[in-house]
Ligand binder design. Structure first.
Ligand SMILES: Nc1ncnc2c1ncn2[C@@H]1O[C@H](COP(=O)(O)OP(=O)(O)OP(=O)(O)O)[C@@H](O)[C@H]1O
Ligand SMILES: [Mg+2]
Length: 241
């Protein structure tokens, strides 16, 4: 398998507080990785360093073999690393179509293929029937999907999703798991996904990295991680698994 992302000894300290420490992480192209852990474990800090929103105190980040540690957020976006924040940042007064169009306009997609490409993205995020709906009238879940659609629209290769199902209905959460699986399977996108919803993590059937106190506590399949004594102690509790 081809390595897409690797971190070596990644650390972030805030005035003495250790948010991340000694994180060696590896992600293959076209795969999904779940990152879980208790509140304050360092999950958001970790993806903020990958997206370039935070610079590491120590360590290096390699993307497709290239050291991207010094690159800004904008430059990392240009090489294919894109991040979705917890609150959707879509344009409320524009339609779903226009939002995706703005994303696609920044790519090399020729103008005669643009419409087709926009509908391909809208289809994927289940919004093609609502294409001309101003985004302010979409549900919370649909707006979250639209933001994922914008990342696809800009042709990101590595998607960083921080709690994408927060506030979604159970049905929307289920659809999100299917969407993420499809992105990896059909589009060979790679996804790092932070979530607290354990049922969602289980549904993804992807390897899991558990962070605790800023360090990697365990890595493995959902079942391996869920059965781990230490993981259960610090995070999942007795009723998980
Ligand atoms: N900008 C900052 N300045 C100071 N401390 C910070 C900053 N960002 C995060 N921290 C601290 O770093 C630690 C890790 O925070 P982080 O947000 O990465 O955790 P998390 O795993 O994403 O938690 P949650 O599940 O609550 O989102 C916490 O103790 C947090 O208070
Ligand atoms: Mg967080």
């Amino acid at each position: 398998m081809t390595e897409l992302l690797r971190t070596e000894g990644l650390a972030k300290r805030f005035a003495g507080l250790v948010a991340n420490e000694d994180i060696d992480f590896r992600l293959e192209a076209g795969t999904i990785r779940c990152v879980i852990g208790p509140n304050g474990a360092g999950k958001t800090t970790f993806i903020s360093m990958i997206s370039g929103h935070l610079s590491p105190t120590e360590g290096r980040i390699f993307y497709k073999g290239r050291d991207v540690t010094p690159l800004s957020v904008v430059k990392r976006a240009r090489v294919g690393i894109a991040r979705k924040f917890q609150t959707p940042t879509v344009f409320d007064n524009l339609t779903a179509y226009q939002n995706v169009e703005l994303a696609v306009l920044g790519t090399s997609c020729p103008s005669h293929k643009r419409r087709q490409r926009i509908f391909e993205v809208l289809d994927l995020i289940r919004l093609s029937e609502l294409w001309d709906m101003p985004v302010q009238f979409l549900s919370h879940g649909q707006r979250q999907w639209l933001e994922v659609g914008l990342l696809i629209g800009v042709e990101a290769e590595l998607l960083l999703l921080d709690e994408p199902t927060a506030g979604m209905t159970a049905e929307e959460t289920g659809s999100t798991a299917k969407l993420v699986q499809r992105l990896a399977r059909d589009y060979r996108l790679s996804v790092i996904i932070i979530e607290h919803d354990i049922n969602f993590i289980r549904d993804l059937r992807a390897p899991v990295t558990v962070l605790h106190l800023g360090r990697v506590l365990r890595e493995g399949s959902f079942d391996e991680v869920a059965a781990d004594e230490q993981v259960r102690e610090v995070y999942l509790g007795q009723d998980a698994g």
